[in-house]
Every structure is written in structure tokens, then in C-alpha cells.
Design a protein around this ligand. Sequence first.
Ligand code: DSN
Length: 418
Amino acid sequence: MNMKNIKNTDRQISEAVKNEINRQKNTLELIASENFVSSAVLETAGTVLTNKYSEGYPFKRYYGGNQFIDICEDLAIKRAKKIFGAEHANVQPHSGSSANMAAYFALTDWLKKGRKILGMRLDHGGHLTHGSPVNFSGKLFEIVSYGVDKKTQMLDYDEIRKIAKKEKPAIILSGASAYPRKIDFKMFREISDETCAYHMADIAHIAGLIVAGQHQNAVPYADVVTTTTHKTLRGPRGAIILSKKEHAEAVDKAIFPGIQGGPLEHIIAAKAVCFKEAMKPEFVEYQKQIVKNARTLAEELMNNGLTLVTDGTDNHLMLVDVTKIKLTGKAAETILDEVGITVNKNMIPYDNRTPKDPSGIRIGTPALTTRGMGESEMKVIGKIISDVLKNPDSNGVKLKARSTVKELCEEFPIYNTV
Ligand code: DSN
């Protein structure tokens, strides 16, 4: 990456970026929601498209000079529709939060009626925007929640149906940020139909798996689907909204002029590049490998005595209950950080600890799979994680772990040119 101009203009920022490049190169990234974009996506995100105002939508803009921007956004829309099999796509949301906000506004006549949303509890694996009281969703909407079953730690569709029948929400929201098992979107559709609710799906974590046929697609079963583009989908940081034709106008209006102004066209062009990459057969292989890697890592952790929520995983992530080895999530995150392994502390279902220092850590395989690592590397990494967590005071164990992390990072480089 050519950093000459940044260095000449702003040494402090160039220094921080250089250090971040080295951090990404020299550590094992196991945060389930992160990934490494391709060089093509990275380049596109850094283009002069950032200079352009293009409020409105392709071929219907409020500014002149958008003939080339229109080509990019139109390609992003067409490709998003194609890879997900959707009737309509809006590629302008700056983030998953704005996509969710716009989707709620599109589906509810929120000032007068129908403000009730049934979503998954944050501490059971849902997302902040699915109704947390500290988030806009919890402040502007009436929220009712479902969780997972105490015994199985999995979604209990009979219970969700029961809550939906009692509460009669305007929207039933499916999708999660920390749920290691498959989600039955078809079942959510059935429950929504039985209770006259809209079904909205937030597929941010599993979008890549869905495109590659490794998870049931939510699009046929939901009125509106939101997803970020930077997780398993491996695109730039941002989001999109997919919907049935009947909601297209409401969705578009909710994004612009509803909650956003000028779209980030350099990012939208990078989304288009990501969607093109997602059409390739290699992308399917990549997603299959993410799942195989997660399964192998989960098995290795369990074989080494760690306890996983639901005893395993069907997707790209797993949750480890570290209280069973007398640690807290915060301590586990810090200890792994010390040896160059990056994860995040996370609440686990029925946690009696707090979000700032919960009982679990969340681990995911998309980023390391992008680096080219496979099942044999997952076994090595599973062993290091277990050893380090079970021996948090052993400098010898940490020293050995750090050296293995270094070897793996050297063998599987990111961006060979940086
Ligand atoms: N913060 C993201 C995650 O880590 O899952 C969700 O937006």
C-alpha cells in the first residue's frame, strides 16, 4: 500500500495506519464479524468516487455529473439482487444500524400505529439494533423479545410463536449476531403469516454463507432483509437492504431522504466489486471452508476441555463459556490478546454477568479462512487457545503460543504487497 502522501501530510495518522497494518498482518483475527477485503475491494474504496455528491438514486439524482456514479450504483443493485435472488435492493445504507433503522421505518407506520417489534434478546445473541433499550430501536419502538431455550440454548420456535400470538407485533425480526446454529427463516415466515406480522431478517453475520448456499436463504421468506457487507460477505464496511417489490418504494424513501443524505459512492462501488467476487465458484469454496474451519476449531476446543454454547456450531462462529475454566470473558479476551489472538468478550444465554465483563468469548473463522488457513491450522489454533486459557499464568505457555501465532501469520500472509 502506497502511504507516501499520507506520510507527507499527516505523520500521526500514517503511523497509526502503519501500526494497524502490522497488527492485522501479525495477529490471528478471530472476531466473527471481521474479515479482510480483497485488494480490488480495498482499491475501489480508496478511489475518487469519494468526491461525488449523488443524493437520490441511479438516473434520478439531485446533483449533476453522476453519469459514472450511476453505472457503479446500478451494477451494485443488479448484482445484489442476483446473488441473493431479491426483487429489490437498496445499496446505500452506511451501516447495519442504518439499514435496520430504515427497514423498521419502511415497515411500520411508526408515528401512528404498529410500532411493536419482536426481536431476539441481545444477551441471547441478538443485536443492539434489535431492540436494546440503550439503542434507537429500544427508544423509538415498542420492543418485545424472544430468547433461546435454557436447556438447548437454541431457538425455540414454539415459544416464538406463542410470544408472537400474544403480543401481535408489526414486525417479527429474525437474525442474530452471536448464534452458532442455523436459523429457520421459513419457520419465521410461517409464524409471521399466522400472526399477520411482517417478517424482517437481519442476515449480517451469515450473508456470505447464504450467497454460497451454505445456509437457508432468508430472501424468499422475508418481506425485508438487511445485511452488512463486511462480515462473511467480505466486502467494504457498509450495508444493503433487500426487499419484495411491494416494499421497494418505502425502503428507498426510508433511506433517502428518510435517514441518510449523500450516499458513499466509493463504498457502493466497492460493494459492487464484492458482489462480483461473490458470484465466483471460489467464493462458494471459501464459504464452505469457513464452516468446515469453524466446526474443526469448535471440536478442538471441546476436545481440550472447553465448554461451547450449544456444544458446537453450524455456521462461522462459536461461543465459549469461559466461566467453566474460572475465567471471565474480559480476562479471556485480554489473555488471548497477549499472545496475538483477537476475539471479543460476549454474553452467553442466561448470563449472570454483565456485558462489560460477561461469561463468554465469541470466536469466528471468516478472516483466517480468507488468509488461506484450513482445518489443520484450526486444530493448531484450537490447541493454543485452550492451552493459554487453561494456563493464564504460565509464561512458558504464552511464549510458545506467541511463536506459533508468528509462524502461522508468516505462512499465511494478508495482502502480500503491504
Ligand atoms: N458489531 C457486530 C458484531 O460484531 O457482530 C454486529 O454489528
